[in-house]
Design a protein around this ligand. Structure first.
Ligand code: ARG
Ligand code: ZN
Length: 970
């Protein structure tokens, strides 16, 4: 991609003598070519690359006629490279902002005190400010004097000022913006009639011209003025300095934030909002005022978020010695928000679905998400705000670390093993897929076109796993020492991932240089372990090897340091004390081996009998593990006896993955007779698997949450990529078969589980109460299995449950049990739920998701109707995610053999892109389109056609462009 940038910045004639495929394609797609040039180019083109030919074809037929009329001349998107980082020639000491908010247009006046950051020289460097093209520039002045037109230049993305004075100066800029027309939900926009902002990553440039990058840290004072009646609440960062009324029924508040910050942490809210207030007493004896703001109708449902906030504040004091640093902390819930939430200094803005919770409308999962995200954003106050990122490539510095912190918090608040299993499942089902697809990138990427495309599972979840590696290796105390040093060194700074690693290393006097490889390489390492037992020498040798598959732009990888936690089980199920050859010290029962080479042997001595290996305990590294020679019997043994809960769960999952793979191949190799008969002939579900799951189900020593996870089948996406050229529909049918077989054979145990875990009449829902939630989890999991039986009695029971449920967890689970069955109860239950909850937009999101994701054949026509339904709004990101992302998960309908599902998604992406580029990009990046090479050839081809069609769209956003072009290249 490197030459892309060079070409894009260079002159057009060069293009005709191109050498680089992707470079030219990029320009072609973005209308940088006139129709004529496009035609010439197409004739001269010698390209052979597959993706390019598709684009050419599509652009010739679809784009060219459009272009003829409009002759759009747009700049091609330039990738930004990490290696090009340079500090800015000017810094900003203080920002004074004045917002005049109105219905037709709003005015933003900024006064920046600028300080030089360049080497002394006779002339001063130019100042390049970022700003979106929809800013209307009213005036720009330096030290009170208007800058002459000759001294500044404007492009669609920049305002460049020349001939600046030596030394410090004041820069004043006035712009007009139209938040009411801003559907991208970046910068300043309106949601539910209120003004709010979202500036990370580069939204501030939609508000005014500024050095919109995280290494420019300044102190902010913000005056907000608006109509007093319509916008009684005016919120900003920091503390209130002044407030009062203004002419014409208006009022204002001035906020001052004493902590220097990058502009991505700036926030403003103006609206008619209700508030719940509380107080937190810090460890040093200060009282912090906590306020949560929502629309009036929701304010009685914020106490769980408030409790979570207080718990998080306390936990951070106790765990990391980190106290809150202002006297006020605000959270505002808005219903139109591109992501989960945002950690703006002292003014967190949240997607309302992560603040509002009530038993009758929120599931146990919703409650735990609220808890986790409220904590996450609060934790950012130290990991992100006090110490921030030097540039956006370092995003994992704050996100990986903060996810790690929120995971630890949730583990301490709930069940640690269950939380670990959930996190690993998410990593495996979604991040591993991303890491093997066309968007694969290291946790610290090397380049991007749109930073918003890199708020990924890789940066967040894999990033958190890399932080966890330090903790595993250095221990809890060593990790804390590293954190302390990190804050001591870098408080108030914008730093890099290397600074974090160095703090960990220096605080523990360890050389962690080799860990840099985890930051620079994409792809999931594959680790093989072969245990070799020598009975006469009483030794066990573990032969360990690692290999990282090639990813786009990274053909060859070097080994990464992998902490591999292992244990050895004796035949009676007990843990053996471990003696590692060449190491003295006490014999523990879990040992962390550090695998640093491509191949390495570890020898255990004094091993009295051939042990069963328990490897990758607690998922000690984000890798794919294969234990060579491991038998089903050993897996069943581990499932029953392993003292490590993660490995116990994993043993069951490994068994099930192997079963699904075997059955898939059996089904694929023959076409006759009926699928069920073919699968039965291939051995069906072996008795050993059924009984292993049966004993898990009836186990007395395990909690319901763990059991529910243990009897869950691995997600289809875990197998995609491992089985080459997969037919997703066949895989779906194989999974369905296995579920049905298990349900039929374990029916008595499943029914008993339901009965035993039924909530007693009068039991009221207590948020966060683990035992209750665990009982609901296993009961609903069992009901899910029973629903696969296609038994009218079960359908009737589920319908009854949707009616009598006293909480949303039970109600929506029962409905989910009906969603994939073509029975009359399905329709009735959906209609009834709609009637009951049509005024609750958060419940409607679940209602939409269940229908959109259903696997009933021919469901696309219903999904198309849903798009038109009053409960759906294409402008609302939550609604789009519920509908489109759920549809992507329907094997039957998204992957329909006639390509209709792919076409629907491509059409939808194009529609959404005109409204909200981030949401559109998220739909494509979540789709199988980014992993098309994993699918059967017919499907891969159909996906490619849709990508080509998207890419040929005139005026496509850079966000979607980046994902689509990378997918076509792979
Ligand atoms: N920093 C926010 C969070 O905690 C997310 C911001 C996402 N921004 C974006 N452009 N996607 O996690
Ligand atoms: Zn975050």
């Amino acid at each position: 991609m490197q030459s892309t940038a060079r070409l894009a910045r260079g002159c057009t004639p060069l293009l005709l003598k191109h050498t680089c495929c992707s470079a030219d394609r990029q320009l072609l797609l973005n209308g940088a070519f006139s129709h004529l040039k496009r035609k010439q180019y197409i004739q001269q083109s010698q390209h052979s690359c597959k993706g390019f030919q598709h684009v050419l074809r599509a652009s010739a037929t679809t784009v060219a006629p459009v272009l003829e009329k409009q002759e759009v001349e747009m700049a091609a998107p330039n990738p930004i490279y990490r290696k090009d980082y340079k500090p800015t020639p000017y810094l900003v000491e203080h920002v004074y902002l004045d917002f005049l908010l109105n219905e037709d247009k709003s005015t933003v006046k900024s006064k920046l005190s600028m300080t030089p950051n360049y080497e002394n020289s006779s002339s001063t460097p130019k100042l390049e400010l970022d700003g979106r093209k929809d800013l209307t520039l009213i005036s720009v002045s330096v030290n009170g004097k208007a800058v002459s037109e000759a001294d500044y230049e404007r492009t669609d993305k920049k305002l460049t000022i020349n001939n600046l004075p030596q030394g410090k100066f004041d820069l004043e800029i006035v712009v007009d913006i139209k938040p009411q027309e801003n559907t991208s939900l970046e910068g300043l926009y309106k949601s539910g009639g209120n003004f709010c902002t979202q500036c990370e990553a580069e939204g501030f440039r939609g508000i005014t011209y500024f050095l919109d990058r995280p290494d420019v840290m300044a102190k902010y004072t913000t005056r907000i003025e608006a109509d007093a009646k319509a916008y009684p609440v005016l919120l900003g960062n920091g503390n209130v300095l002044e407030k009062g009324s203004a002419a014409a029924g208006r009022h204002f508040v001035v906020w001052e934030d004493p902590w220097p910050k990058p502009c991505y942490l700036f926030a403003l809210v103006a609206g008619d909002l209700a508030c719940q207030e509380d107080v937190f007493h810090t460890v040093s004896g200060r009282d912090i005022t906590l306020r949560i703001y929502t629309e009036a109708k929701d304010i009685h449902n914020v106490s769980w978020a408030m409790d979570s906030l207080k718990q998080a504040m306390k936990w951070d004091e106790e765990t990391f010695g980190l106290e809150y640093d202002l006297d006020l902390f605000n959270i505002v819930a808005v219903s139109d928000f591109n992501m989960g939430a945002m950690e703006n200094k002292s003014l967190n803005i949240f997607n309302s679905r992560l603040v509002i919770a009530s038993p009758s409308t929120s599931t146990d999962l919703d409650y735990s998400r609220v808890e986790g995200v409220v904590a996450h954003e609060y934790f950012h106050n130290w990991t992100g705000n006090r110490v921030t990122c030097r540039d956006w490539f370092q995003l994992t510095l704050k996100e990986g670390l903060t996810v790690f912190r929120d995971q630890e918090f949730s583990s301490d608040m709930n069940s640690r093993p269950v939380k670990r299993i959930e996190d690993v499942s998410r990593l495996r089902t979604a991040q591993f897929t991303e890491d093997a697809g066309s968007m694969a990138h290291p946790i610290r990427p090397d380049s991007y076109i749109k930073m918003d495309n890199f708020y990924t599972l890789t940066v967040y979840e894999k990033g958190a796993e890399i932080v966890r590696l330090y903790r595993t290796l250095l221990g809890k105390d060593g990790f804390r020492k590293g954190m302390d040093l990190y804050f001591k060194r870098h408080d108030g700074q914008a730093v890099t991932c290397d600074d974090f690693r160095n703090a960990m290393a220096d605080a523990n006097k360890k050389d962690l240089t080799s860990f840099a490889a985890w930051y620079g390489q994409a792809g999931t390492p594959q680790v093989k372990v072969s245990p070799v037992y020598d009975a006469s020498g009483r030794t066990l040798t573990l032969k360990v090897s690692q290999h990282i598959p090639a990813t786009p732009g990274q053909a060859h990888k070097k080994p990464v340091p992998i902490p591999l936690a292992v244990g050895l089980l004796a035949s009676d199920g007990s843990e053996m004390p471990l003696h590692l050859k060449g190491e003295a010290g006490e014999a523990a029962t879990t040992k962390v081996l550090l695998v640093e080479e491509a191949q390495q042997d570890f020898v255990f001595t004094e091993v009295p009998e051939k042990p069963v290996l328990s490897a990758l305990r607690d998922f000690s590294a984000p890798v794919k593990l294969q234990v060579e020679g491991q038998t089903d019997a050993e897996l069943v043994f581990l499932l029953a006896h392993d003292s490590d809960p993660f490995c116990r769960w994993e043993a069951g999952q490994t068994l099930l993955r192997a079963l699904l793979t075997t059955l898939y191949h059996a089904a694929r190799d023959q076409k006759e007779p009926e699928l069920e008969d073919r699968l039965a002939a291939a051995g069906g579900v072996p008795e050993s698997v059924t009984s292993a799951l049966g004993s898990l189900l009836t186990s007395k020593d395990l909690d319901g949450m763990f059991i529910a996870a243990g009897i869950s089948l691995p997600a289809a996406t875990e197998l995609i990529g491992d089985i080459p050229n997969i037919d997703p529909l066949l895989l779906h049918n194989v999974r369905k078969y296995v579920v049905k077989q298990l349900a039929a054979r374990l029916r008595p145990q499943l029914e008993a589980t339901v009965k035993q875990n039924e909530s007693a009449p009068g039991d009221s829902f207590v948020p966060g109460e683990f035992d209750q939630a665990a009982r609901r989890a296993v009961k609903n999991k069992a009901l899910g299995y029973l629903s696969a039986l296609d038994d009218p009695a079960v359908h009737a029971d589920l319908l009854e449950r949707t009616r009598s449920a006293t909480n949303m967890t039970d109600q929506i689970s029962a409905l989910a049990g009906l969603a994939d069955s073509e029975c009359p109860e399905r329709k009735t239950a959906l209609e009834e739920l709609y009637k009951q909850w049509k005024d609750d937009s958060l419940v409607m999101l679940k209602w939409i998701a269940l229908q959109a994701g259903a696997n009933v054949p021919g469901n696309l026509k219903n999904v198309e109707k849903l798009v038109e339904h009053p409960a759906f709004s294409i402008k609302n990101p939550n609604a789009c995610y519920s509908l489109f992302l759920s549809f992507l998960r329907s094997a039957v309908n998204f992957h329909a053999a006639d390509g209709s599902g792919y076409k629907f998604i491509a059409d939808s992406v194009l529609k959404v892109d005109k409204i909200n580029r981030q949401v559109a990009a998220r739909i494509v990046s979540s789709s199988a389109f980014t992993a098309l090479k994993d699918y059967d050839l017919e499907r891969a081809q159909m996906m490619r056609e849709q990508l080509t069609r998207i890419s040929a769209e005139n005026g496509l956003s850079e966000n979607v462009f980046e994902i689509v072009s990378k997918s076509l290249e792979s």
